[in-house]
Design a protein around this ligand. Structure first.
Ligand SMILES: C[S@@+](CC[C@H](N)C(=O)[O-])C[C@H]1O[C@@H](n2cnc3c(N)ncnc32)[C@H](O)[C@@H]1O
Length: 223
């Protein structure tokens, strides 16, 4: 079954989500779903997938929320810089980076619904965010100043590939900020920057407030 058009994907996101404020990111509104499993089923039907992934694009995840809290405390991390939001989901991290003065922000995700959500969310928040629908991990990390990665350590193979790519990017001088609430495949040797209690959904997590941290990589400098 061919991927629906951009217009159809955006219409789907509008139909099945509401534009709502994000408590941990003051001033940000995102297209958010009320019922994760219902949207998951509907998204699967739309793409012809019998076993669709969660609609990651319809919620701000604890890892991404930690990054947004950290950036609010440290806007100099992104101000004037070229930012890549990898595994962007809703595009929350890229949107916050632009609000804090990033020179540019591009989002990348493999999910076609992420592209639609990022477009709608960027417009709703009055910022420009580029989007590329691909798995970038087979290529060398791009030449950007900062990589933001919210919640990417929940599957073993994905986490291993992401972390290896982040280490390579960091060795090349890119600042990498990884937000993670203690998922199973988070490596233990990262440099911890900050921890926040972020508000999340009981549909996704065991608690309404989850502790989530921001890490960087040894070679990745902030200036
Ligand atoms: C838990 S969500 C995090 C979304 C967002 N960063 C946040 O914190 O709210 C993980 C995202 O990773 C994306 N993803 C998984 N594998 C990927 C890959 N190889 N390249 C790019 N995105 C990927 C999924 O489609 C999903 O949107």
């Amino acid at each position: 079954m061919p991927t629906p058009s951009h217009a159809a994907l955006r219409a789907f996101v509008r139909r099945h989500t509401r534009l709502l404020p994000v408590p941990d990111a003051p001033g940000v509104r995102l297209q958010l779903a009320d019922d994760v499993m219902a949207v998951c089923r509907l998204a699967g039907d739309e793409l012809g997938q019998a076993d669709p992934p969660l609609p990651y694009w319809a919620f701000p995840w604890a890892g991404g929320l930690a990054i947004t809290r950290y950036l609010a405390d440290h806007p100099e991390e992104v101000a004037g810089r070229r930012v890549l939001d990898i595994a962007s989901g809703s595009g929350l991290c890229a949107i916050v980076a632009m609000q804090l003065g990033a020179a540019s922000a591009d989002a990348v995700d493999i999910d076609p619904f992420s592209e639609a959500a990022v477009a709608l969310n960027a417009r709703a928040n009055g910022v420009r965010v580029g989007f590329s629908r691909q798995d970038p991990l087979g290529d060398a990390p791009p030449s950007v100043d900062v990589i933001l990665a919210g919640d990417v350590c929940y599957e073993e193979t994905m986490a291993e590939r992401m972390i290896e790519w982040f280490r390579l990017a960091a060795r090349r001088g890119t600042r990498v900020l990884l937000g993670d609430p203690g998922r199973n495949y988070l490596p233990g040797d990262l440099d911890h920057l900050a921890t926040y209690g972020v508000r999340t959904s009981r549909e996704l997590e065991a608690t309404e407030v989850r502790m989530s941290s921001v890490y960087t990589f040894g070679d990745s400098r902030s200036s």
